[in-house]
Design a protein around this ligand. Structure first.
Ligand code: ATP
Ligand code: MG
Length: 266
């Protein structure tokens, strides 16, 4: 008998209000959302309607006013800041619009940092894993460069490699292509599709409708509520099944699990 799989994300009736002067604004109005392991979900919706606030609930960057948030079996809404910091470092990769790499560290050092905090691997293996991740995102030969010495698209790919440092089962990205030109944006999106095909769960906020159409599930957040939740079979673009097959060989070669040999995304 196959047990019903527990969703990796289970947001239950979340309300979020912010104080504004004498009063308060309600930004999330009872949002419920479940995401299964291995899904790739695009979150869309007008500016200021609660997309980033919802992501912040999932990552524990901010706390719900009411409701519950479970991620990978953990009650995120109950954790304190120390617990959240440790949990986030290993269980959730976060990618932001403006990359947020540490400017004084080279790419290799930036990617090793979350591993240094987690202390799961020996220092030598951390270095090897970081090189493997740089190869995964197409930056193999750039490891020694500072973030300021590479392009925006390259910085974002390095930021994705850093988010994957501890092989999290979930990657959350807030407008990861929002600051990139069309070609670079397509490259980053293709990388996300590749990660999704390897089993990483992905939640990506985007304003790019063309990209959102190429993702298997789209959730629209409008006025603090989920207005639409659509699933589709993707037949076009880098997330399509055809592309998966074509890429299969290179994927297995560059899997982030290849250094430690863990079947992390299984
Ligand atoms: N810390 C805060 N204090 C007060 N108001 C906030 C805070 N964070 C967000 N808001 C408000 O909550 C609303 C939703 O913001 P949010 O950042 O979630 O929108 P968004 O959908 O991500 O928009 P965008 O597409 O522009 O990034 C906005 O009106 C914003 O001003
Ligand atoms: Mg936002």
């Amino acid at each position: 008998m196959i047990a019903t799989a527990e969703p990796i994300i289970d947001v239950r009736q979340v309300v979020k209000t912010f104080p504004t002067g004498d009063t308060e604004i309600t930004v999330l109005r009872g949002v419920s959302l479940t995401v299964q392991r291995g899904e790739f979900v695009a979150i869309v919706g007008p500016s200021g309607n609660g997309k980033s606030t919802l992501l912040n609930m999932i990552t524990g960057i901010d706390h719900p006013t009411q409701g519950q948030v479970f991620v990978n079996g953990k009650a995120v809404h109950k954790m304190n800041e120390n617990q959240l910091a440790a949990w986030r470092n290993t269980d959730v990769g976060i990618v932001f619009q403006f990359f947020q790499l540490l400017p004084s560290l080279n790419l290799l050092q930036n990617i090793m940092l979350p591993m240094d905090f987690a202390r799961r691997l020996k220092p030598k293996d951390r270095r090897e894993q970081a090189h493997c991740l740089l190869e995964l995102v197409g930056l193999k030969d750039q490891w020694h460069k500072l973030p300021s010495q590479i392009s925006g698209g390259q910085q974002q790919r390095a930021a994705i490699a850093r988010a994957l440092a501890n092989q999290p089962p979930l990657l959350v990205a807030d407008e990861p292509t929002g600051n990139l030109d069309a070609r670079t944006s397509d490259e980053v999106f293709a990388l996300f599709c590749r990660l999704a095909s390897q089993g990483t769960t992905l939640v990506m906020v985007t304003h790019n409708e063309e990209l959102a159409r190429q993702v298997p599930r789209t959730v629209a957040v409008v006025n603090g509520m989920i207005e639409r939740d659509e699933k589709r079979v993707v037949t076009d673009g880098p997330c399509s099944a055809t592309e998966d097959t074509e890429d299969a060989e290179s994927r297995s070669e560059f899997s982030p699990a290849s250094v430690t040999g863990n079947g992390v995304h299984a």
